[in-house]
Design a binder for this molecule. Structure first.
Ligand code: FE
Length: 233
């Protein structure tokens, strides 16, 4: 079987959020799809290890915030590579509570859906939740971010808990490049700092060598400090 065939399926990038009592949490997911139009229903696949999973199971509600192409790596990193058990993801995030009481992200969100869980299916590592859409709206006319765009243009990675996670192969041979263009990889999340691109979301101009990044700079995906980076190759 050629598992690469599965990677040809297209996805978007979303923040799935839910609540448990007064508490709220959310996470990045790429697996959201419409099941029926009348009534409108969608399915999501959530890793059982994630806190949002327990919140959805308990409250039986979730929201889907659809991210636009301009969504920052900082936002994606906060919701995709950090756990709500260790950090309050909503502290630096603009949001409002929807009619379900679950949060709707307002940073870089182009549309949102509010859902009530109709049923769920245990698929081993993940649970597939089917939700009836009870409210929805469009917040911006920006184009949605696709998963391919996130990987190719934004240089994004997938956490190991993603349903579509694929083990990356390390290249057998690597050509040694001049120091100025040395790329550095985050040991925590796998993000690669490429001096050619810089990190515009954090005010780092293209052409900035890793060595010249300020000590306060941190991984735009997971927030790890500079010391957690190693030279590639
Ligand atoms: Fe990182």
């Amino acid at each position: 079987m050629n598992k690469k065939a599965i990677q040809k399926i297209c996805y978007g990038v979303y923040i799935i959020s839910s609540k448990m009592g007064e508490k709220i949490n959310g996470q990045i997911a790429n697996t959201v799809f419409q099941i029926t139009s009348e009534p409108p229903t969608v399915a999501i696949s959530i890793n059982k290890q994630n806190m949002t999973h327990d919140y959805i199971k308990e409250s039986k509600v979730f929201t889907v915030s659809v991210l636009g192409k301009s969504a920052s790596m900082n936002l994606i990193g906060r919701f995709g590579f950090k756990s709500g058990r260790e950090t309050d993801k909503f502290k630096e995030t603009k949001y409002r509570l929807g009619v379900t009481g679950a949060p709707i992200i307002l940073d870089n969100t182009i549309s949102y859906l509010e859902c009530e869980v109709l049923s769920s299916s245990d698929v081993g590592t993940h649970t597939v939740f089917i939700g009836k859409v009870i409210d929805a709206d469009i917040l911006s006319d920006e184009e949605p971010m696709t998963y391919a765009y996130y990987h190719e243009v934004k240089g994004g990675k997938s956490p190991k808990t993603a349903p579509t996670y694929v083990t990356e192969e390390t290249p057998k041979e690597s050509v040694k490049e001049p120091v100025v263009s040395d790329k550095y990889r985050c040991k925590v999340c796998g993000y690669v700092y490429d001096p050619a691109n810089g990190d515009p979301d954090s005010g780092i101009k293209p052409g900035t060598p890793f060595e010249d990044l300020p000590d306060t700079w941190s991984c735009p995906i997971c927030g790890a400090p500079k010391g957690e980076f190693e030279k590639e190759g």
